[in-house]
Design a protein around this ligand. Structure first.
Ligand code: DGL
Length: 267
């Protein structure tokens, strides 16, 4: 029996992770939940994010997920330890592989992080990096305007370039050599980010990294689906508008049928 990968995000940004998962694991059944009714998570308190993440997890498990991927950085930074305590299923998240990759890439041990306010204020990146390499300098910048810019499709707009430049200036001044994209939406701005931070700075895009981690996990347990399964991947959202449908294509690179579902029930 194939193991179904359950992926959740605060909205549809997590489809950047699904895109990578499907590239490496095209035959593995997948179920996605995007909490579009309650997005964004990045502006909310840790208590609220933890409760939402708990409900999202429960929804995926009730719909047959065997392993879980937290695609949302705000949820991963804030809720991972609680979810791991409360659920026995394997849980993967985007923070750990980002840190692994950043530590492997940095030469001068000066790492930058961009993300939502929730992600940056959680402090989990600094803590995990310092636990591994105590003398590493970590500089973080919350970039709350980038999520709406991406959702509006302003991926190459002059205004987006100006805003990215302004957010990155303090990190550039600190002469970071590695930059972690700590938000589902930022891979879509990777080109501008690379241009503004400088070509010599290595960019960590965790979506590809998490896909490799999940692949290795399934491979080691002989749980890779070799053949195309009968069940179709399913994409649930808690609210559905024509704009959601349009933006999905931008994140996933292809059209999928979104299913509107009621919010996961509270415990
Ligand atoms: N998915 C969120 C993240 O990666 C970005 C959008 C939000 O704030 O909910 O942090």
């Amino acid at each position: 029996m194939s193991v179904t990968i359950g992926v959740f995000d605060s909205g549809i940004g997590g489809l950047t992770v699904v895109r990578e998962l499907k590239q490496l694991l095209p035959n593995q059944p997948l179920i996605y939940f995007g909490d579009t009714a309650r997005t964004p998570y990045g502006t909310k308190s840790p208590e609220t994010i933890i409760q939402y993440a708990r409900e999202d997890t429960r929804f995926l498990l009730e719909h047959g997920a065997g392993i879980l991927v937290i695609a949302c950085h705000s949820a991963a930074s804030t809720a991972t330890s609680t979810l791991k305590q409360e659920f026995s299923e394997p849980i993967f998240e985007v923070v750990t592989p980002s840190i692994e990759q950043a530590l492997a890439l940095t030469r001068r041990k000066i790492i930058g992080l961009v993300g939502t306010r929730a992600t940056v204020t959680s402090g989990v990146y600094e803590k995990a990096i310092h636990a591994r390499l105590p003398d590493t300098k970590v500089y973080s910048m919350a970039c709350p305007l980038l999520v709406p810019l991406v959702e509006e499709g302003w991926l190459k707009a002059r205004e987006s370039r100006m805003i990215v430049k302004k957010y990155l200036r303090p990190l550039k001044n600190q002469q970071i050599d590695t930059l972690i994209l700590g938000c589902t939406h930022y891979p879509l701005l990777k080109q501008i980010i690379q241009e503004k931070i400088g070509r010599n700075v290595k960019i960590v895009d965790p979506s590809a990294e998490i896909a490799r981690t999940v692949y290795s996990y399934l491979e080691a347990r002989n749980q890779l689906s070799e053949e195309s399964h009968d069940r179709k991947d399913r994409f649930f959202v808690s609210d559905l508008t024509p704009t959601t449908q349009k933006v999905v294509q931008c994140f996933l690179g292809t059209r999928v049928q979104l299913e509107k579902t009621s919010l996961p029930c509270k415990s």
